[in-house]
Design a protein around this ligand. Sequence first.
Ligand SMILES: NC(=O)c1ccc[n+]([C@@H]2O[C@H](COP(=O)([O-])OP(=O)(O)OC[C@H]3O[C@@H](n4cnc5c(N)ncnc54)[C@H](OP(=O)(O)O)[C@@H]3O)[C@@H](O)[C@H]2O)c1
Length: 273
Amino acid sequence: MTEGTGAALLLVGCGKMGGAMLDGWLAAGMASRVVVVDQAGLPESVAGNPLVALASGADALPDGFVPDVVVLAVKPQVMDGALPSYRTLVRPGTVFLSIAAGKTIAYFERLLGEGAVVVRSMPNTPAAIGRGMTVAVPNSRVTAAQRELSDRLLRAVGDVAWVEDEGLLDPVTAVSGSGPAYVFFLVEAMAKAGEAAGLPADLAMRLARATVSGAGALLDASPQQAADLRKAVTSPNGTTQAALEVLMAADGMQPVMTAAIAAAARRSRELAG
Ligand SMILES: NC(=O)c1ccc[n+]([C@@H]2O[C@H](COP(=O)([O-])OP(=O)(O)OC[C@H]3O[C@@H](n4cnc5c(N)ncnc54)[C@H](OP(=O)(O)O)[C@@H]3O)[C@@H](O)[C@H]2O)c1
């Protein structure tokens, strides 16, 4: 890659995640060229963009196209079938950047060959609207420049953290990967509790949804810690304190959340391949 000209990217799988990343790269001017492999064709958002081309597979890339990064954004269950055809692209200058849940670095080295330069990452669903949290781990062949480039590509869909220990991706999956579902369930639980307290169902749901999304936006906009924001809305002997005494009791929400996240991390270890 020539400094300042953007990277040559091959995007394998252009669905929800791949499509969101592609839009982000183009908006940020990060790509000199993007070749997309997806039988569904190019998304409408990139129609007519001269930097983007469609290819039918690894054996049909444009002449002379050598990607700096091959972004693997297909579902984990189709990776076995898709990956071997990309072995021909393995070289020190090309990073294979995977966002597929549960697919390990050892898996990619096995299917692509020992020389493969691999970054494994775990994004979450808010990445589809540019608000994701992604954790990435490099294999030993990734150079500092390749890590920096991978970081910028992932940053197009939200925040990015790097870890060196791949084992951390199981608890990462349990906290941020699966986490959006816990938050959606919080909305359901608050709405149901509101109904039990006497609210009409539709009003209870509207209040729960607006409160969770509004509090999330407030947390995002504030430099304060979550605990400080919580304390700021808790007056002594008030209504919030009455609820928090239940939620924060020894048998309250913390042990349930700890058990839930431990179960997800355990399942992530079982599924890893
Ligand atoms: N969505 C999330 O929130 C999320 C979060 C964390 C990680 N991820 C990971 O991101 C990856 C993509 O997820 P997604 O939600 O974006 O899935 P998706 O919307 O189904 O996108 C995958 C795309 O890949 C295409 N495809 C299938 N086989 C292919 C092949 N051999 N070559 C090229 N393209 C192929 C699919 O086409 P067809 O539909 O025609 O099969 C589809 O357009 C997954 O590995 C998932 O684990 C997703």
